[in-house]
Design a protein around this ligand. Structure first.
Ligand code: ADP
Ligand code: MG
Length: 702
């Protein structure tokens, strides 16, 4: 565990620099909150013009404090912060909670960088600036200007929005969802989400890590730290825009939305993505109270057909579609319901179900081996008492002694139901006021188990490749003052990275083209080679299926003519002659270098529809072959790869290998390559492999 961060988040003594005698001021509120939260460490107000604040001795400088100070909450105006940091450094403070705003969020990036540099010079870390502060129930510490500690619980939340953190703090009481720590992360000048995930993963009072994210810094490190985490992470991502799409030169660029890349990154991080604020709470509640759902068998118990159907509908969406329970399970369940009940799944005990039936059915189901996760639903009835039903469910679960299987509950009804659910949550069983929410929560527990298993399996191979050839080509393109590589330059780099590219040669005269065509063997393809013509077909620069010398000659001339008509001043390097690959399913493999995550890889079905349908999927590179295989199955048109209308299945194994190899290449060249794609890659039937017939690369502007 990082000691400096521990000093920052669980300090033994806190100085409040800029402490104020005036109620209502932040410098006053923070001192008051530390006192009122029952913090047992030293509280040291610092203000040169006061002797005492709220009964505590006030110091004129942090350097005058006789005791150790682990953390300093800084509330002085922005222009004084740098000097305060230096004093804190001299004092031996570990962490700075910079509440003061007016730095990068208002455009003052330089001053903020200066703060970090200075703090790091003393080995200190900065939370913020522009934060609300940090709160910890374990330490009875409210080192913030949020009004009180959150409801006690075992999740911890890190929020990039200060206002939202304060709101969430209050919601914890109305929603009865408990947290141990709330951390406002502000501008993330230093401590960012990657640091927080790493630290909270080690924090024994945190069972579930909840994040409210507007934008990540150090995206790749965030993925790495999260993937290492031994506990669930649930994240709500806000503020997504389709940045950069219009300016992108390649197909991939126009298809890459920030949202898709973030979602891919969260998946790779093993983090569950919440759809909105309520969902963040709902998932957090389940993930902090229940173990993961380790198999696919979900059983739903209900006393009402309606809520049962609603739950069934949402099960598929939640990734836990229902199956009928085995016969012997059904036989046993039938003992606890009238003849008109149903022992299938959902198990409908009917409105006649009382305390005993709930108890017995829950107990039997929860203990049954077939059941991997149990959702118990209850509709308020005139004959039953919600509190007694809640207690029956609770007792049944406890009596089984099982703790490695999840249960979620939903009571649908009025105030009595609300009270009963509150009681359940307080006793460690997640309860929701709608059946779909209980199912969604179970889905999150299933997703956690799946993501966790995936993390264990992911291995990225290190490939032996000809890096020098690749680097030499890039250097030459740079020397030419270009960023766009031609198809043949790109293909040479692809080949250096062992990717299956069709044989391609460049000719600078008609005769040479004929010689090459004979050498390669008909049929062949001719294409224009110009860094100024990136989309060759649009310029009439591609002629396929050329079968003899006369056609080579006429196609050669025609391509040149078309190219000149398309762009009179295009710099034409020649014409490529390449073997004509036989027909295969066209797919696209591409990449963009994302500002947050670095190299990313994209896969989709190719051809002319890719931009219209946007049926593509992303990952942050590099990826394992296993992950590549998962990408192939993720697109909507995935069945096409399995063969449609009598076609035999495509070679998905080789395609996944190629995709992983491609991802390896663009990661390796991430310092140079901004965008790239192979469009199309032709995929043949099983065992026959794939062929890349077109390649594109665009370098970063330097
Ligand atoms: P661009 O994408 O720049 O317009 P391509 O090189 O992708 O040009 O060529 C256009 C189309 O021609 C491809 O989508 C593919 O269908 C076909 N094609 C190109 N090269 C070959 C080849 N070597 N073998 C078979 N088909 C090819
Ligand atoms: Mg193409």
């Amino acid at each position: 565990m990082d000691d400096v961060l521990t000093g920052l988040l669980r300090p033994k003594g806190v100085a409040v620099i800029g402490a104020s005698t005036t109620p209502g001021k932040i410098g006053h509120t923070v001192v008051k909150n530390l006192i009122e939260s029952g913090y047992q460490g030293g509280i040291f107000p610092v203000n040169p013009s006061a002797d005492e604040i709220l009964g505590l001795k006030c110091y004129s400088s942090v350097l005058d404090i006789p005791d150790n100070v682990d953390a300093a909450a800084i509330t002085v105006p922005a222009k004084f912060v740098l000097n305060v940091i230096k004093e804190c450094g001299e004092k031996g403070v570990k962490g700075l909670i910079i509440i003061t705003s007016g730095f990068s969020e208002v455009g003052d990036v330089e001053l903020e960088k200066e703060l970090v540099k200075t703090a790091h010079g003393y080995g200190m870390r900065i939370l913020g600036p522009n934060v609300v502060g940090t709160l910890s129930n374990t330490d009875n510490m409210n080192a913030s200007f949020a009004p009180f500690l959150p409801l006690k619980g075992s999740a911890s939340l890190v929020s990039q929005s200060g206002a939202l953190l304060i709101a969430i703090d209050a919601i914890t009481y109305t929603r009865r969802i408990g947290f141990d720590k709330l951390v406002s992360i502000g501008n993330m000048s230093d401590v960012n989400f990657a640091d927080m995930v790493a630290w909270l993963n080690e924090d024994e009072d945190t069972k579930c890590i909840s994040l409210y994210v507007e934008g990540l810094k150090e995206g790749a490190r965030f993925i790495k730290e999260s993937a290492k985490a031994k506990k669930p992470i649930v994240v709500l991502k806000a503020g997504v825009s389709e940045h950069g799409a219009a300016a992108a030169a390649s197909h991939t660029g126009s298809l890459a939305g920030a949202q898709k890349i973030y979602s891919a990154a969260f998946q790779q991080a093993g983090a569950i993505q919440a759809s909105d604020l309520s969902d963040l709470f709902d998932c957090t509640l389940a993930l902090s109270l229940e173990p993961p759902m380790k198999g696919d068998n979900l059983l739903i118990l209900t006393n009402g057909g309606g809520v049962g159907v609603l739950a069934t509908d949402s099960a598929e969406k939640a990734g836990v579609p229902l199956k009928f329970a085995p016969k012997e399970v059904q036989e046993e369940l039938k003992k606890h319901m009238p003849s008109f009940g149903s022992a299938k799944n959902p198990v409908d005990m009917t409105g006649m179900a009382g305390n005993d039936w709930y108890h017995d059915t829950t107990k039997f189901s929860f203990a049954n081996e077939w059941v991997d996760g149990l959702v118990v639903l209850y509709c308020e009835t005139a004959m039953t008492n919600p509190q007694e039903i809640a207690e029956s469910i609770y007792n049944a679960v406890k009596e089984t002694g099982i703790t490695d299987k999840p249960i979620t509950v939903s009571f649908v009804g009025g105030e009595r139901c609300d009270d009963a659910m509150q009681w359940l949550v307080e006793n460690g069983i997640p309860a929701y006021n709608a059946p779909d929410l209980a199912v969604r929560a179970m889905g999150a527990l299933r997703e956690y188990a799946r993501l966790h298993a995936m993390k264990q399996e992911t291995k990225i191979e290190n490939h032996a490749v000809d890096k020098k050839t690749a680097r030499d080509i890039i250097a030459k393109v740079r020397a030419d003052g270009r960023t766009a590589l031609t198809e043949i330059e790109s293909k040479k780099i692809f080949t250096a990275y062992d990717l299956p590219v069709v044989r391609t040669e460049i000719a600078t005269s008609e005769d040479q083209a004929v010689d090459m065509a004979e050498e390669i063997g008909y049929p062949i393809v001719l294409k224009i080679v110009s860094p100024d013509i990136l989309h060759k077909s649009d310029a009439g620069g591609v002629k396929v299926n050329i079968k003899d010398e006369a056609s080579v000659r006429s196609a050669y001339q025609e391509i040149l003519k078309n190219a000149k008509a398309y762009k009179a001043d295009a710099d034409i390097h020649g014409i490529v002659v390449q073997s004509m690959a036989p027909w295969g399913t066209e797919v696209i493999v591409g990449s963009v270098n994302d500002a947050t995550f670095g190299a990313t890889v994209m896969f989709g079905l190719g051809g002319i529809f890719v931009e219209v349908l946007k049926d593509v999927t992303f990952r942050v590179a590099p990826i394992s072959e296993k992950e590549a295989a998962l990408m192939l199955s993720e697109i909507k048109s995935a069945p096409i790869l399995d063969g449609v209308r009598g076609e035999s299945p495509r070679d998905k194994k080789m395609l996944a290998q190629t995709l992983a190899q491609y991802a390896f290449m663009i990661t390796d060249l991430a310092d140079e390559v901004q965008e790239s794609d192979a469009n199309p890659v032709l995929v043949y039937e099983e065992g026959k492999g794939v062929q890349i017939v077109d390649a594109r690369m665009i370098l970063k502007e330097k």
